[in-house]
Design a binder for this molecule. Structure first.
Ligand SMILES: [Zn+2]
Length: 133
């Protein structure tokens, strides 16, 4: 049903533009639902089962990103503390450790809540065309 040529089917809503039709796509796992509960996508690239779960996932990711950005930038730019002046290398090593600690903690929190694994979430985003492969 992902073939755009097959999307004119009246029972799935012929007045909607392609990609906006209700139903017809196989059930997929919601990243936010505990245990990846399956839902029926209403649009071809629907990631989450409901707007509340979209907001919950994105708000948490935004909050984490605010903390992670500077650590991630410094770790990458200093190649985990192996490039630059001694001060920059020290900052890079500290950033690298902080980044790993935070990511492990968040991964554990997500597993505890039985959310989708991040690599699976990214894979889903690539499949649905949100991120470059
Ligand atoms: Zn959900």
């Amino acid at each position: 049903m992902n073939d755009p040529l097959l999307q004119g089917c009246p029972e799935t809503g012929h007045n909607r533009p392609p990609g906006q039709q209700a139903g017809g796509w196989p059930p997929r796992a919601c990243p936010e639902c505990p245990g990846g509960k399956l839902f029926e996508p209403k649009v071809v690239n629907q990631l989450f089962c409901c707007p509340e779960h979209t907001a919950a996932w994105n708000n948490r990711a935004t909050k984490r990103g605010r903390v992670l950005t500077s650590y991630s930038m410094v770790a990458a730019i200093t190649r985990n503390g192996t490039r630059g002046t001694p001060e920059r290398r020290a900052a890079g090593k500290a950033a690298c450790r902080a980044q790993h600690r935070l990511i492990q903690r968040w991964r554990d929190e997500d597993r505890e809540a039985r959310r989708m694994e991040w690599a699976d979430y990214m894979s889903l985003r690539i499949q649905l065309g949100f991120d470059p492969a």
